[in-house]
Ligand binder design. Structure first.
Ligand code: NI
Length: 388
């Protein structure tokens, strides 16, 4: 079954992308975006919007004319706190907010898929669930949708989603088997001591010195405790403590993250982090606390889904469209959906062949929107391929 946008649908998808791009909204504030998505879906036959989930985002269902599986298609819809410098024709009109991860591209692509599938409803097997997910950038939108009962209320057999990749040329797609994006644990460490005057360090316990030793020690978790053939990153991203040059403070706070693909690596590294905090704090006579602020599983594309996704990509984009890519240690909260339903995640090329590449979250990031037709066709085709 050939899934492609008609010329008029394609031009509407481009208009939608431009509107979304001009009016970016931060996580959990995607009210206008939500309104626009609903308005567009309401124009399409056979699509029913499901109310009662979250204040932003949209869930909608399309029942096909033939029996088949229930296939979910997901796009994220939120923007970032960033000042755009991309030089595109329709830049952000909102001060300090911009679609520098291309979720506007994902939203427009999924609306395009909805146009195609609604038009093909008579031939469409099964049911399609459209998930326009809020708050991916804060990596809690997917979790909140699960908590709101999405997967309890609607049985889904499988799930597809995509993220744009400016490093991959427009017209190409990455259909990767296995590990695609990392798991992460974001953590916060608090070290406590005894404050006092800088001239009397022997009457104080200085958590700044302890923090310095701990930061050094934590560097050995990846270099000494992790299999060198397993990708892993441990970073301390912030250190806060102290105010004056002649003061010993009583508290230092640090935040950091571990990212990797393997659950065994994560378990071992987290144990090492806690041991190093405990022992270093003891050595420097400090108190400590350790909190995990945020956790996400890795995004792993299963082998049987890889076969379906490969068929879909070839049918939607051509035999030569699939390219290889290394996985990324970035994260995606789509991985939480994949714990509920076997799914697949594509990386769609949006790179401009003749221009320098600016990656996700860069103020100059922009997508080659010629690829919108591929995003729409690929998502729509995935529904048919899952039913073959
Ligand atoms: Ni993103």
């Amino acid at each position: 079954m050939q899934t492609a946008l008609t010329a008029s649908e394609e031009s509407r998808v481009h208009e939608i992308k431009d509107i979304l791009h001009r009016h970016p909204e931060l996580s959990w504030k995607e009210f206008e975006t939500t309104r626009l998505i609903k308005e567009e879906l309401t124009k399409l036959a056979h699509i029913e919007i499901q109310e009662g989930y979250l204040p932003t985002g949209v869930i909608a269902v399309l029942k096909g004319g033939k029996p088949g599986k229930t296939v979910a298609l997901r796009a994220d819809i939120d923007a970032l706190a960033c000042t755009e410098e991309s030089g595109v024709a329709h830049p952000s009109e909102v001060e300090g907010v911009a679609h520098t991860c291309g979720h506007d591209f994902h939203t427009a692509s999924l609306l395009g898929a909805a146009m195609i599938l609604s038009r093909m409803q008579k031939h469409l097997p099964g049911t399609v669930v459209f998930i326009f997910q809020p708050a991916e950038e804060t990596t809690n939108g997917a979790g909140k949708l699960i908590e709101a009962g999405l997967f309890d209320n609607i049985h889904m057999d499988t799930l597809f989603g995509l993220h744009n990749r400016p490093e991959i040329d427009m017209g190409k797609v990455v259909v990767k088997r296995g590990a695609l994006m990392a798991s992460k644990n974001n953590f916060k460490i608090t070290l406590t001591g005894v404050g006092g005057h800088g001239s009397m360090p022997h009457k104080c316990v200085d958590p700044i010195v302890c923090a310095a030793a701990l930061i050094q020690a934590l560097q050995t978790v990846v270099s000494r405790n992790t299999d060198p053939l397993e990708p892993c990153v441990l970073s301390i991203g912030s250190v806060h403590g102290g105010s004056l040059e002649n003061l010993v403070v009583d508290r230092v706070e640090m935040t950091g993250s571990i990212r990797c693909f393997s659950p065994e690596v994560m378990k071992r590294d987290m144990e090492r982090v806690q041991t190093l905090i405990n022992m270093t704090a003891a050595a420097y006579e400090c108190g400590w606390t350790f909190e995990i602020k945020e956790s996400l599983p890795a995004l792993i594309n299963p082998p049987d889904m890889h076969a379906i996704a490969t068929r879909a990509a070839k049918a939607a984009m051509g035999e030569d469209a699939i390219v290889e890519s290394q996985p990324s240690l970035a994260t995606e909260d789509y991985s939480l959906f994949m714990e509920k339903v076997p799914g697949f995640f594509y990386w769609l090329g949006v790179g401009h062949k003749e221009e320098p590449c600016y990656s996700w979250h860069n103020s100059r990031f922009h997508t080659d929107d010629t690829a919108l037709k591929y995003g729409s066709a690929l998502l729509a085709q995935s529904v048919f391929s899952a039913n073959e």
